[in-house]
Design a protein around this ligand. Structure first.
Ligand SMILES: Cc1cc2nc3c(=O)[nH]c(=O)nc-3n(C[C@H](O)[C@H](O)[C@H](O)COP(=O)(O)O)c2cc1C
Length: 190
């Protein structure tokens, strides 16, 4: 029974919609236990990470999916605080051989989202995780198309400032990533 834990930051809810789509994909694989952790301001105090429960949940997971909006071409500051707090786990290689994956949302069509995904993957590599990409071919460029932003390292989503809901194509891309992560975790566990 694979456990998939999704940890993400979202200020205004778009990245949260991507996280929920990843969770829907993971849950579609029979027997998968899926948990979502949204990083909130109370998790950080004086610039330091405070939420040991989230860390314990990640330590117990078979797969961790990391998600952040793209800010200034990289992680949001809140997410970076969380990533840096996991440095002690890195030191002991506590996440070695867990499945890892990532996603990001931004306003710009490019918006330098690839740099954010690269950062998430490098973090996964430093933890010696097994990184899972989207595994989805782009079906076109319009907002209803699967992987319309042609991203392979992780799921990308893009919405305009006045657009409350992410597009169906980006949602499908995130669902497919979640499903792939859960299937990989189940296979890896076997
Ligand atoms: C400080 C800041 C920096 C941002 N930098 C970028 C950027 O580099 N590229 C981009 O496309 N969008 C950028 N944006 C827009 C965010 O990516 C967008 O607001 C975010 O993805 C919305 O996600 P959320 O609803 O989950 O908070 C930035 C927004 C903020 C607040």
């Amino acid at each position: 029974m694979p456990t998939v834990v999704i940890v993400y930051f979202s200020a205004s809810g778009h990245t949260e919609q991507v996280a929920q789509a990843v969770a829907d994909g993971a849950k579609s694989v029979a027997g998968t236990v899926t948990t979502l952790h949204r990083i909130v301001s109370e998790d950080i105090d004086g610039g330091r990470w405070k939420n040991d429960e989230i860390i314990a949940s990640l330590n117990a997971a078979d797969a961790i999916v990391f998600g952040t909006p793209t800010y200034m071409g990289g992680y949001s500051g809140q997410f970076k605080t969380f990533i840096d707090a996991c440095g002690g786990i890195w030191y002991h290689q506590g996440w070695k051989d867990k499945i890892g994956a990532g996603f990001t949302h931004s306003q710009g069509l490019s918006g330098d989202k690839l740099n954010t995904l690269s950062g998430l993957m490098i973090n996964g590599m430093q933890h010696s995780m097994i990184w899972v990409g989207t595994g989805s071919m782009p079906e076109g460029n319009t907002p209803d198309k699967m992987n319309r932003l042609s991203s392979y390292m992780g799921a990308m989503a893009q919405s305009n400032m006045d657009q409350p809901e992410i597009g169906t194509g980006d949602r499908q891309t995130a669902i497919a990533l979640g499903k792939r992560v859960a299937e990989t975790a189940a296979r890896w566990n076997r």
